[in-house]
Design a protein around this ligand. Sequence first.
Ligand code: GLC
Length: 549
Amino acid sequence: MKSVWYKNAIVYSLDVETFKDSDGDGIGDFRGLTHRLDYLAGLGVNCLWLLPFYPSPNRDNGYDVMNYYDVDPRLGTLGDFVEFMHQARDRGIRVLIDLVVNHTSIEHPWFQSARQDKNSKYRNYYVWSDDPQPNPDLIAFPTKEDSIWEYDEQAGASYLHHFYKEQPDLNIGNPKVQEEILRIMGFWLELGVSGFRIDAAHFLVKNVGIDGASSEDLILFLERMREFVTARRADAILLAEANVSPDQIPVYFDQGNRMHMLFNFLLNQQLFLALARQDANTLKDGLKTLPCIPHNAQWLNFVRHHDELTLDRLSDEQRQEIFAAFAPEEQMQIFGRGIRRRLPPMMQNDRHRIEMIYSLAFTLPGTPLLRYGDEIGMGDDLSLEGRESVRTPMQWSDDPNGGFSTASPDALVRPVISEGEYSYPHVNVSFEQRDPASFLNWMEHLIRTRRQCPEFGTGKWQMLETNEPAVFAHACKLDGATVLALHNLSDRPCTVTLEDIQQEHLMEVFGDNFSLVRYDQKYKPLDQSSNTISMNAYGYRWFRVSAMH
Ligand code: GLC
């Protein structure tokens, strides 16, 4: 039987450059990260997703790669990477890395050679046109770029770029490019990674401007990648970033022979709509639109990650509802379709509500993802450009620079949040580790309990009817064991009637009753003679259901 470890992993994403600086140059590095592996293991994380750490001119936070076979010298060396991998493995932590192969950096030697010489063997590694079509709806960064084509003087032709013009798209239809991609994957698999996050996967399978390759051919490349990865390492996985409509999901999963996992963009957007409306039916509608996925496939559920909270799958009106609730000022929004804030500021730092949201994200069918700083309730810095607002350095302590680096503040890769309620003297790991009621200790508890309830990741799930429109209730069943979770999306307490569930069979395993900040709102013991369950405002309760005879 194949290992399905990814179905119940706790995934934690981080950017090496903003996590921990070990040598005082102001930039996080692999040695710094390695020193913090015990912290991550203690938190209960067992899978890291590292954002791109390759040499890069950093036009797009490292998503513009100059060399796929090395570590950016600012972050360390390949030797440091191998030592990090060894230490992570010792602690039972797997590592996924970003595979950014929809495009390279404009400074990649392949592109340099391709633009200089029509006869270069790299010319066809990219997509050229003498008569480019504007295709404005394909532009990934609409307020930053005005076309997906850029005329290049040296090349005497225009090249395709879905993202910044400094990120020319690779010609995935070219078998040589496909070979290069497999070689890159092979390299990192030998160094021990457990798989790849495939960046911009939905652009990889588009054949815009590519002569001779149909979209079907490109899709088949996803299968080749899967075969290759599995042949090299049976338990390695492919996690694709593909923000697509429900009918396109099968392109990525097919019969379970393409991607292992997909980011759940559909549910993420519907979740925020449900939160804005304080309405569980909106969330249910979202879950209903998800197609059935093969038994070996999995969703990766997230609240926020390193990009904007994109709301592009919603209608204009729905998007406006979310903006009004969580990002009312224009400077909080980006690209006309998203929000560039972290969760706590969006929720006015309402601890009860934030707990409920993470509890919900950890119980929804799939594997949960956290982003560095989520566990301590970090905020954002809207004075920074674009998506940088949510990419500030990790706050470790109340030492200068939040303990991230000993460099002078103006030498930091990005400023640490140093003012206001989210500033490092208020929000940091060291302080929260000492406070039993802290968000960090709550998060550790959440992770520990989620790991004890694999039913949420692998079980057969079912939404339950309740009499309360604000309460989302669902049950997950695996090998005869059942867990049940209730989440009150609203700011009003209520009492829920659950048909078919008898209280004597319920054992509460997690919930806001256990949260040390809810000391004044404890629930009464369940009343065995009734089938009602009370819920605090933004309450959440998980139960184990014992077998009914
Ligand atoms: C993905 C990344 C994003 C990046 C883009 C281009 O969407 O998450 O940060 O800008 O790809 O590589």
